[in-house]
Ligand binder design. Structure first.
Ligand SMILES: NC(=O)c1ccc[n+]([C@@H]2O[C@H](COP(=O)([O-])OP(=O)(O)OC[C@H]3O[C@@H](n4cnc5c(N)ncnc54)[C@H](O)[C@@H]3O)[C@@H](O)[C@H]2O)c1
Length: 249
């Protein structure tokens, strides 16, 4: 079996970690990229304990030099880049739009949207050199519909969908498929931290999902890994809602 090399951002926690573990179980070499060094190293250790191949590189996706180094790390260590899961992001600051400061707006857009753009820019350049690949970006249900108290986050995640669809058109005939996933509520540190701050939120969040529960990170990882695999060979430019029906009504 050919070993594929896949970059996964935000793989030090939550959905990214679940996807990194799943990819490594399938035989992929995984580049774990995150600002969180402890989390990233823990993901790598868990993969290696299971006999998989992974390495960590500290990456702030909003910093162009970090992103270039991340892609270079994949190429120099594993020889090529076959896939990327651009998943790192920060949450909303939970304020109505008029209370969001310009600095808060810029930080969210810089990481969630510009960071995703930077990752794609350098990953695509590498894939064009080494024969194509597949990219999956993490948007959100908030990238498909409005999100109360999360204007800057929703704007960044709508941007990820537009960027995904547009780039899919640019590279469809060049052997690079580009898709997005749009999670609903997923039980990860991003969300459990909110529940800890306001215990009434969990019941409220659950009620917004017709399926009657939040997702586990592994359920999102499955979707991302499918979109990264040849089993989705005719899918490009899609934004797959994995949201228990959250955006259906
Ligand atoms: N959990 C949910 O309910 C939910 C819902 C919709 C969308 N999402 C999206 O799913 C993705 C993963 O979120 P999660 O729930 O696993 O959250 P998480 O907080 O568990 O993981 C996010 C990871 O991204 C990393 N990160 C943050 N800023 C970074 C930066 N500048 N550079 C590199 N890494 C950075 C964090 O250190 C963390 O390890 C995000 O894009 C998020 O917006 C999550």
């Amino acid at each position: 079996m050919t070993v594929r090399t896949i970059i996964m951002t935000g793989a030090g926690s939550g959905i990214g970690r679940a996807a990194a573990l799943l990819a490594a179980r399938g035989g992929d070499a995984v580049v774990v990229a995150d600002v969180n060094e402890d989390g990233g190293e823990q993901t790598v250790a868990a993969i290696r304990d299971n006999g998989g191949t992974a390495s960590f590189i500290r990456t702030d996706i909003a910093q162009e030099a970090d992103v270039q180094a991340m892609v270079q790390h994949a190429l120099s260590r594993y020889g090529q880049l076959d896939g990327a899961f651009n998943n790192a992001a920060i949450p909303q600051c939970a304020k109505p739009v008029h209370e969001v400061t310009l600095a808060e707006w810029r930080r969210n857009i810089d990481i969630n949207l510009t960071g995703t753009f930077l990752c794609m820019k350098y990953e695509i350049a590498a894939m064009l050199e080494t024969g194509g690949g597949a990219i999956v970006n993490t948007s959100s249900g908030a990238g498909l519909v409005g999100f109360r108290m999360g204007g800057e986050y929703s704007a960044s995640k709508h941007g990820v969908v537009g960027l995904t669809r547009s780039a899919a058109l640019d590279y469809a005939a060049l052997g690079i498929r580009i898709n997005a996933i749009a999670p609903g509520g997923v039980r990860t540190p991003m969300v459990t931290a909110c529940f800890a701050a306001d215990p009434t939120l969990e019941a409220h969040a659950t009620a917004m999902h017709p399926i009657g529960r939040l997702a586990e990170p592994e359920e999102l990882a499955d979707a991302a890994i499918w979109l990264l695999s040849d089993r989705s060979s005719y899918v490009t430019g899609a934004c797959l809602a994995v949201d228990g029906g959250y955006t259906t009504f």
